[in-house]
Design a protein around this ligand. Structure first.
Ligand SMILES: [Fe+2]
Length: 300
């Protein structure tokens, strides 16, 4: 399904940014990483009530894959409380360190510190702004499947929220990471096109190129910094959804280097550590352009 590119070279598909509903792939064959059980070190691993709730929210994502319809989650007071706690604390740091585009986008999408936003409402705004869309998922899927969906201007998004015992921590993506970290940036036309290029690349990449794309994604979509009027600001989801990471990114412990695609795609990182090196893009448009040229070099 994700390998059925209609074209044999990247170059010919890179011009088409519009994805109609009827162009979307089937979601049924997505391959999941081994996440059926919460890892033992997950704060909710031994909480039966939490696990039951997670299973219920997972059933909504499964239903989406059968019907194509997204079901809104009836978040509980406790879940809303976790959101208010985390979103409220992040808000102050965002004012200081987040990219101005991101701050505006969060506002435009109606993402507030008051309540957990629904994928359906964010989808309505995204459709108007860049034609990007969110599809619910209950956990991590394989890299190629996840990245390839970006070629359809589609991001898989979790809906569940982290465990109440550790509201400042999650070992996996949750709705805080998605809605505060990832989703606002998809309202940026250049960033949306850039994401689509990464997706188009993932569909035709060799295994080695897929690893390169994974590193590019990591140092941009997750941990990216951007120039803004002589200053450096954050736009990466891993930074914007974690106060620890965001504070660290602007500390003296981090080497903030100018973005260089060749260096980034070859830069190994450790998933679980704070990042000692981050890359600063000059602009989202520039990121899109260098990535386009890079993807066009695939299969030549
Ligand atoms: Fe992420």
């Amino acid at each position: 399904m994700f390998t059925d590119t209609a074209t044999s070279t990247a170059g010919t598909v890179l011009e088409n940014f519009i994805v109609r509903d009827e162009d979307l792939p089937e979601f049924k064959d997505l391959e999941f990483e081994d996440i059926n059980q919460l890892h033992l070190d997950h704060p909710g691993a031994n909480d039966t009530e939490y696990r039951t709730r997670r299973d219920y929210i997972a059933s909504l994502a499964k239903r989406f894959r059968e019907t194509g319809e997204i079901t809104d989650v009836d978040y509980t007071d406790e879940e809303q409380g976790i959101w208010r706690h985390v979103a409220g604390r992040l808000e102050e740091l965002h004012e200081q360190h987040a990219s101005p585009f991101y701050l505006q986008a969060k506002h435009d999408l109606g993402i507030t510190t008051e309540r957990i936003p629904q994928l359906t409402e964010m989808n309505r705004r995204l459709k108007e702004l860049t034609g990007f869309r969110l599809a619910p998922i209950e956990g991590l899927v394989e890299t190629r499947g996840f990245l390839s969906l970006l070629s359809y201007r589609t991001m898989l998004s979790t809906q569940y929220i982290r465990h109440h015992s550790r509201p400042d921590y999650t070992p996996e993506p949750d709705i805080v990471h998605e809605a505060i970290g990832h989703i606002p940036m998809f309202t940026n036309p250049s960033f949306a096109d850039y994401s689509q290029f990464v997706g188009l690349g993932a569909k035709i990449a060799t295994d080695e190129q897929l690893e390169e794309l994974g590193r590019l994604y990591w140092f941009t979509v997750e941990f990216g910094l951007v120039q803004h009027e002589g200053d450096v600001k954050a736009y990466g989801a891993g930074l914007l959804s974690s106060y620890g990471e965001l504070e660290h990114a602007f500390s003296d412990e981090v080497d903030r280097r100018p973005f260089n695609l060749e260096e980034v795609i070859n830069h190994d990182y450790t998933y679980s550590d704070m990042q000692p090196v981050l890359y600063v893009i000059p602009s989202y448009a520039e990121l899109k352009e260098v990535t386009k040229r890079y993807i066009e070099s695939f299969q030549k």
